[in-house]
Design a protein around this ligand. Structure first.
Ligand code: FPP
Length: 224
């Protein structure tokens, strides 16, 4: 079982368009699927689950769609917190905070704060996140400490202290990382599927884990 799984939840828009609906309809179903997959991943033994909810590049989407995604995020945090507290899962919203509305930042702080004492399992929601930005932020912090070493950079990544990223899943058919966890991806296994995010269910998650379990991870060494 991978300890840390990252998911690029792609395909909400196409899922809605296939049904003749607006893209926001797909995001609504997509956010409901977050709950289903998080529950399944943690009960399967995953320790950290990192989900790409809103990239730094997503600000370029129409204002209405951006608003809808931010609204869903606030609703999701409110809904999920009680469950996360019960299951002792720490909720983290990771990324830049300076471009989010003050109301959303207050909601994030309020709900993630209720889970801040948990250390064993983490549900990371990436919002206004970009991998290059994260590396630049960590490098600046490392430089301020006097040395830009891998060890110092790692200490300042948003996922510091969590298990190394084992598996990246991308739904929706594209075969690229789109600025997702670039530093952490160094030795992650990659799994791409055409299934659109709202259709990505427990069985699809299990398929990804099964594929992961068959990989030979050599980390640059010679395999045995
Ligand atoms: C990609 O689909 C998805 C996103 C940009 C946002 C992901 C957001 C959610 C799953 C809902 C909100 C999340 C939480 C945690 C509440 P797309 O819109 O790019 O789809 P397309 O490629 O079919 O156009």
């Amino acid at each position: 079982m991978p300890a840390h799984v990252g998911i690029v939840m792609d395909g909400n828009g196409r899922w809605a368009e296939k049904r003749g609906k607006k893209r926001s309809y797909g995001h609504k179903f997509g956010s409901e699927n977050v709950d289903r997959i998080a529950e399944h991943a943690f009960s399967s033994g995953v320790k950290s689950l990192t989900l790409y909810a809103f990239s730094s590049e997503n600000w370029a989407r129409p204002e209405e769609e951006v608003k809808e995604l931010m609204k869903l995020l606030a609703q999701y945090l409110k809904k999920l917190t009680a469950k996360a507290v019960k299951k002792q899962i720490r909720l983290n919203v990771l990324g830049r905070k300076d471009r989010l509305s003050a109301e959303l930042v207050a909601v994030i702080d309020k709900y993630t704060g209720k889970t801040a004492a948990f250390t064993e399992r983490n549900l990371n929601i990436l919002v206004d996140y970009g991998g290059r930005g994260e590396i630049a932020h960590a490098a600046r912090a490392a430089a301020a400490e006097g040395a830009i070493t891998e060890e110092n950079i790692e200490k300042h990544l948003y996922t510091a202290g969590q298990p190394p990223l084992d598996l990246i899943i991308r739904t929706g058919g594209e075969i690229r990382l789109s600025n997702f966890l670039l530093y952490q991806a160094a030795y992650a296994e990659l799994y791409f599927t055409d299934v659109l995010w709202p259709d990505f269910d427990e069985a699809e998650f299990d398929k990804a884990v099964e594929s992961f379990s068959k990989r030979k991870r050599r980390y640059g060494k010679i395999g045995c």
